[in-house]
Ligand binder design. Structure first.
Ligand SMILES: [Zn+2]
Length: 328
């Protein structure tokens, strides 16, 4: 495909990227711009092609897990469609927060005031702080584990430490062979900026192994247009492990002295020059290796900023390289 002039919107100046691997794409959306599909038995997932949500239909009502702002009222349409098809009540009785972020929970208020909202205690703390009417704080909270039983169906909620966010939980459906764990692995795609906008880098890097410790076949990861598999988690782990190994090598081999010498008393300019050199050295081979494997791997800023965050975590959390002499 050749790019074409597009006039005043400036899109003609935007770069071209490698084709998206077909395996990274999901099912077509309907005319309302959503897709709802069965995960297993009465567990369903909903996507708008970028965000994902899930719900359980039971004889006693519906349990909704996350309500992304971008899916919005289409989540209500999806619940109504499936409940009607199964001859089950469409009343949403319970809502579970995977974590407090507005993009995955901004439609939480759509289900009215009679919903029992459940989340980690830190989710409640953060939602009280955020004071956003679209994300009411959960009334039911837990510290480590919580078992949700509704209409004969079960979800096991667990917190295993901070990762993407301080409050991000694992939601296991033991009767549906499924795990829901949001914003760490993107099915078939690279993480976006800064380790997928994550706060705790060691926690983020360790989380996929915790996810794989659960028994499951289906993985609801929150992004993008399809469900994930155990292979998706493994490829993601390899991408992150490759970045870590590459960052370790770059930290060990890039000599910082020329950067500091170049800028003299402007210490921050020397820091920038050195860290940029390490990041470039570490990230370039990862971009090359994963282009065509993970969608958007060739959007270099994603891998570069993720590499930068991991390299900083290696320095600050593990102490790697920080004892090197920095003054000539
Ligand atoms: Zn998030």
């Amino acid at each position: 495909m050749t790019s074409t002039a597009t006039g005043a919107d400036g899109a003609a100046d935007l770069p071209d990227y490698a084709p998206i691997p077909r395996s990274a794409l999901g099912p077509a959306l309907n005319d309302q711009r959503y897709y709802v599909g069965r995960v297993e038995r009465n567990l369903y997932w909903v996507t708008d092609g970028v965000y994902q949500s899930a719900f359980l239909t039971t004889r006693d009502g519906v349990v909704v897990f996350d309500a992304p702002a971008s899916i919005g009222n289409n989540l209500r349409l999806a619940v109504d469609e499936i409940a009607a098809a199964n001859g089950l009540p469409n009343t949403v009785t319970h809502f579970v927060y995977s974590h407090h972020h507005a993009d995955h929970a901004g439609a939480a208020s759509l289900f009215g005031g009679n919903v029992v909202r459940i989340g980690h205690e830190e989710t409640k703390h953060l939602l009280v702080r955020d004071n956003d009417p679209t994300r009411p704080a959960p009334e039911v909270t837990f510290t480590d584990r919580y078992t949700l039983d509704v209409g004969g169906e079960r979800a096991e909620l667990a917190w295993h430490g901070p990762n993407h966010s301080p409050d991000n939980i694992y939601i296991h459906f033991p009767g549906h062979d499924t795990l829901m764990f949001i914003d760490v692995v993107n099915a078939g795609w690279v993480p976006i900026y800064n380790v997928n906008l994550s706060e705790d880098v060691p926690g983020y890097m360790g989380a996929p192994a915790i996810a794989l410790d659960y028994p499951w076949t289906h993985f609801i990861c929150g992004h993008l247009g399809r469900l994930a598999t155990r292979d998706d988690v493994t490829v993601h782990q390899q991408y992150i492990a490759d970045i870590e190994a590459s960052a370790r090598e770059a930290l060990a081999t890039v000599d910082p002295i020329p950067s500091y010498m170049r800028y003299g008393e402007n210490a921050w300019a020397g820091v920038k020059a050195n860290l940029d050199t390490v990041t470039e050295r570490a990230a370039a081979p990862i971009v090359a290796k994963y282009t065509g494997v993970l969608a958007a791997a060739d959007i270099e800023i994603f891998t570069y900023t993720t590499t930068f965050q991991i390299m900083q975590s290696l320095r600050l959390d593990t102490g790697l390289g920080v004892s090197r002499p920095v003054n000539p």
